[in-house]
Ligand binder design. Structure first.
Ligand code: FES
Length: 77
């Protein structure tokens, strides 16, 4: 019987990062992986202002970056 895998959950945080929960493998364009061992979740920068991209460092809040994307608001503004 094939092993069932839990889905990865991604949450678009209001005016903030993408919160990714679950077993993920994060690679750069060359296939080099970030070490996420022991991390049940990560927050990925969505605003482009983080000094630790691809991870969120809280810069979105300091810059008062606004983006309220949701399925009912496909423009993401
Ligand atoms: S979303 Fe947090 S620093 Fe970009």
């Amino acid at each position: 019987m094939a092993e069932q895998q839990e889905p990865v959950h991604m949450t678009v945080r209001p005016n903030g990062p993408l919160r990714v929960e679950g077993r993920i493998i994060l690679k750069d364009a060359d296939g080099k992986e970030w070490d996420l061992s022991g991390k049940p979740a990560v927050s990925l920068c969505r605003c482009g202002l983080s000094e630790k991209r691809p991870f969120c460092d809280g810069s979105h809040a300091r810059a008062e970056w606004k983006c309220a994307a949701s399925p009912g608001n496909m423009t993401g503004k």
